[in-house]
Write a protein that binds this ligand. Sequence first.
Ligand code: NAG
Length: 553
Amino acid sequence: YIVTWNVGSAMPPDDISGLFVPRLGDGSVDMFIVFQEVNSMINKRLKDVLFTDQWSELCMETLSRFGYVLVASQRMQGVLLLVFSKFFHLPFLRGVQTQSTRTGLGGYWGNKGGVSARLMAFGHPVCFLNCHLPAHMRNLEQRVEDFESILQQQQFEGGAAVGVLDHVVFWFGDLNFRIDDYDIHVVKSAIENNKLPLLWERDQLNMAKNSESILDGFLEGPLNFPPTYKFDVGTHTYDTAKKRKPAWTDRILWRLRSTGSPVPSHSAALVTQHYYHSHMGFTVSDHKPVSALFSLHLQFPFKVNLPLVQLEVEKEWTKVSDATARFTIISGFQRSSWDWVGLYKVGFKHYKDYAAYVWAKSDHSTQVTFPEEDLPRDAGEYILGYYSNNTNSIVGITEPFQVQLPVCTPPTPRCPSRSDSSDVSSEDDSTLVLLGPSSRSPSPRTRSSKHHHNNPRRQRSRSPSLSLRPRDVPARSTSPRPASANAKKERLVSPDTITSPSLSPLSPRSPLSPGNGVSAPEALVVAILGEHRPPLGPITGVGAADRAGDVKL
Ligand SMILES: *[C@@H]1O[C@H](CO)[C@@H](O)[C@H](O)[C@H]1NC(C)=O
């Protein structure tokens, strides 16, 4: 499910769940991909640095309540890309890499360019590319050129899928294509009289698809919604001030992999678009959001879905001695002395949003035990995830299990007395920075004692009414955030103080790049996205299901 929305300098409305309906609550969506263009003025950006960006937080807050976690994020000035997935797909989304490209001479365009995230989804290369292309009617050629240079510049490391077009591509964003020729009255009256097909013929992107070879293979569903730009903010009325011609600036396209690409042919995929529409109800921006729902049908000759690490855990944790997990490593998978097992409360936001963690030291043991003082005080559903330092990702996950540990009196390290935990709480320092490529490295070793987390689990509000108050603690520690409070001193030490990574027998000779991390036996982790999805009526007609369905790779 892909959403693209240029929100300009608008503050988020209280509730954005409407962006994801009707598919948010029913569990039928495996991944949500959100693109936003947010105002990139300097003062705004400084503020974003301090408070993190509120749009991203709101997306994360909204989607995590339904079991989606942030898998990748990339930001280039105001151009933001967020990729969310159901948490139980995490072990099958590998080799996540992101890229960004600024276009325009000497940054002339400022906030224009493209950001992308690629990953192997169940062994299949998928790339989400969003672009903010130059504005104005006259810049058609510049838009196409910029797109071309973004495609050329974005190259990923390792594996067979190196260029964007070696992947199944979803291309979206404020592409800024306009409606040519007709004057504003013709355009408006076509919209009012529901004669949209008349305008399709003059849409610059539709026309360019016939003439520009760089657009070959890109498909788009029918534009059965009115142009999404430009509206008077706060209304459903097209621009009255500058009288700009309405246009379908906000688009979502897809493209199957080039047949000549070097990726093994056993992993062919088909894409079906189920719908493509706009969300006219949102009025905070001069653009309306556009969303589309797709199924990616992966064609494999056989079907396996083995995670690299299999975790076993008690069905319930009712006493401290239950807090143990055993794991089995698939042969060929390289552990690192920096691997760890995280305990996550269901509803967690990303892989660093754990309630507790314990190092999975790479001696030959295949068992970890959580110390009593780390165990969560609040009951609920939790999962365990095995984090691999070599792949920078969660490679194994358990089913949800119940944690309900006895309340202890008198106070113990796990249950300190009330007064111990009365300091200020920072609700959550989950940020994009934590997940950016440059910050994937930190492992959970530094426990910042400056941040007095007052059992964040208790403070965490899951109520649908989301508060957007700027946080008063600009906590941006790059270490995974300590889960429960002051009870945890510097108990866990960095593994490098125990075993120097270079001396550890199991540490790799050279650190693997995320790309190389994909080299794990992809063939063993095969599954089909969205198998269980309820049947939806695929759109038939121009460029949608019909055309996609005919293509076999
Ligand atoms: C763990 O990952 C980080 C960053 O990717 C790297 O610098 C470090 O060397 C890795 N440690 C080991 C033991 O592989």
